[in-house]
Design a protein around this ligand. Structure first.
Ligand SMILES: *Cc1c(COP(=O)(O)O)cnc(C)c1O
Length: 382
């Protein structure tokens, strides 16, 4: 059950997002501690959740910011992240976004194509700046996660493929306004199979060696994010196993002496701290099942509709014996369903349901489809 006071739940119009700042802090401390053992640097991936109180916690603990849009760069700077801790990635950065980041002297642009190198060089020249860049290289490592959140295979649109690197190195000396400082890799999200990270390390070592053989030693290796969370057991596994995760990199990754190692975690830092709270509008009898119709839908949390993802659902009000339900939202789409054949205490109109592990890729993906209102966010100490 969610550790939130009844009054806190009942005082807000539904649906709303509730964030447990105590759990968030404990999670960040666990991550910082485990990474700190090896001198690793963490940049928080803002796209998972960019609410200001959450960013403030990230900034306070000393993490940098990993941004994938100009507005995320802007939000990070406004929240107080130092420009030298801001990284800008993304396969389609617009000229306006690049110019904005150049003007603000961010730490690094993670460049995803040869064409982007040309454009960034030109824009940096126009702004009278030198852009520090990392090459985002597609390592062709299978993340063994949902295909929509796999990014590190050659068939994906992300990163520069290995076979293009020769050409990149040929052209790089002509780009007078770019300075290569890093190699960047990010293979996907919600990775729960830890051997995937070992495979990534081994591939990064090989690619690093390829560069060393050409007398190129960069200042940092950025191995991305992707550590998964336990959507089935948000209580028992509230904090991801950061010790094992960073331990794998310590064991298998071979940075050069003096080379920094950067991580970009999103989901693992925020997912368990967020819950979507929704009120039951109607109970409706179907042929095989009963429907719980909620006042929250895919407009508030699209993950189940987009990736068939599982979220644990709890009835915060009823303690009656359990029954089987399909839990659905009010939106005019059949994919607007939070869970099929879910066992829940007998549920009534007005009950509050908690949809757990919604802190990452939840609120940030909300939409105004059906002209829906934006759900409020509240913060509590669990
Ligand atoms: C989304 C993203 C991340 C964060 O991924 P998580 O799975 O949330 O840890 C890190 N780096 C890049 C480049 C991303 O696009």
């Amino acid at each position: 059950m969610l550790h939130i006071k009844k009054a806190e739940l009942q005082n807000h119009p539904t649906p709303f997002y509730a964030y447990d700042l105590k759990l968030l802090r404990e999670t960040l401390q666990a991550a910082a501690h485990a990474a700190g053992k090896y001198g690793y640097h963490i940049h928080y991936a803002l796209k998972a959740n960019s609410n200001e109180p959450i960013l403030a916690e990230m900034q306070q603990i000393g993490f940098g910011a990993d941004c994938v849009s100009g507005n995320e760069v802007k939000r990070a700077l406004e929240t107080g992240f130092a420009p030298e801790k801001v990284v800008f990635a993304g396969v389609g950065k617009s000229d306006r976004e690049l110019r904005f980041a150049l003007e603000n002297d961010i730490f690094c642009f993670n460049v995803e194509s040869l064409h982007e190198l040309e454009v960034l060089n030109e824009l940096a020249g126009e702004s009278g700046k030198t852009a520090r860049i990392a090459l985002r290289i597609n390592p062709n490592v299978n993340a063994q996660t949902h295909h929509y959140i796999t990014t590190g295979l050659e068939e994906n649109k992300f990163g520069i493929n290995f076979w293009e690197l020769e050409q990149v190195l040929e052209l790089l000396p002509q780009f007078a306004h770019l300075q290569l400082i890093g190699l960047h890799f990010h293979i996907g999200s919600q990775i729960t199979e830890m051997s995937v990270f070992r495979a990534l390390c081994l591939r990064v070592n090989e690619i690093q060696q390829w560069f060393l053989n050409r007398n190129i030693k960069v200042e940092h290796l950025n191995v991305g994010g992707g550590l998964g969370v336990d959507y089935h057991e948000p209580e028992t596994n509230a904090i991801p196993d950061f010790e094992t995760y960073f331990g794998i990199f310590n064991e298998f990754l071979q940075p050069e002496p003096g080379q920094q190692v950067h991580f970009e975690l999103g989901r693992a830092l925020v997912a368990q701290s967020g819950t979507l709270i929704s009120k039951v509008l109607y109970i409706k009898k179907g042929i095989k099942t009963n429907f719980i119709i909620l006042d929250a839908g895919m407009t508030e949390l699209i993950r189940p509709a987009l990736y068939q993802s599982y979220h644990k659902i709890e009835n915060q009000t009823s303690k009656a014996p359990e029954m089987r339900y399909d839990v659905v939202g009010p939106i005019c789409e059949s994919s607007d369903c939070f869970g099929k054949a879910v066992m829940l205490p007998e549920t009534n109109r007005g009950d509050l349901l908690a949809i757990r592990t919604a802190g990452a890729y939840g609120e940030v993906m909300s939409s105004g489809y059906n002209l829906r209102d934006k759900a409020e966010a509240i913060y509590f100490e669990g």
